[in-house]
Ligand binder design. Sequence first.
Ligand code: DC
Length: 232
Amino acid sequence: MTLPDIIIAIDGRSSTGKSSFAKLIASEFSFLYLDSGALYRAVTLFAMERGLIAVGKIDESSLNAELEAGLDVHFEYVDGASRTFIGDRCVEEEIRTLEVSSWVSPIAAIPFVRAFVDGKLHEFGSRGKVVMDGRDIGTAVFPDAQLKIFLTAAPEIRAQRRFDELKAKGQDPKMEDVVKNLEERDYIDSHRETNPLRRAEDAFVLDNSRMTIKEEVEWVRGVIQGKFGILE
Ligand code: DC
């Protein structure tokens, strides 16, 4: 199935399987995959390492100055997989720790951080043939995206997925910390003032609680066939 030069926007809460789904769509249709959450995570890691988050507070004016000076955050393909870089350093592993997860939502709620990330997404995504995942892609970043999907999954399934993901990366999380982090991020992500998480009115909703990734791809092929009239 060959798709036109469209943008596919995938939004949803944390650990609803957005990135696995988006990566599969990208490989299925030869699209570029852009993980917007990874950019927020990279800004968070940068702020932590620079000491801009101390005693539970974010030094917003210093962070703003660093972003205005042109922080180099980007993606590179390494062995066929998209990886997040700060300058020439691959930070893909470091940005996935629970410590970064515990600060990323407050960082992502800051309007100048959102403007910085949106700028990057527009720069990377303007060519089309892109699948992007996040919280506000279909509502704010690319409101004209030709295909929007909103993923949902049951809370216990999301927590188990995040727990398994951290374990697989060699970390040793406690389930109660994972649940707490998901609840806190859900709250902050959907209550912040600037572009909170919500479903775009024209988004297709997919609850993937009991679906395999293969079934999800079948589902998206059906949606594409119906929407764009492409048969094969
Ligand atoms: O998808 P993720 O869990 O890696 O995203 C990390 C955080 O980044 C998430 O808690 C909220 C924020 N985020 C956002 O505010 N807007 C996006 N488009 C993507 C992520």
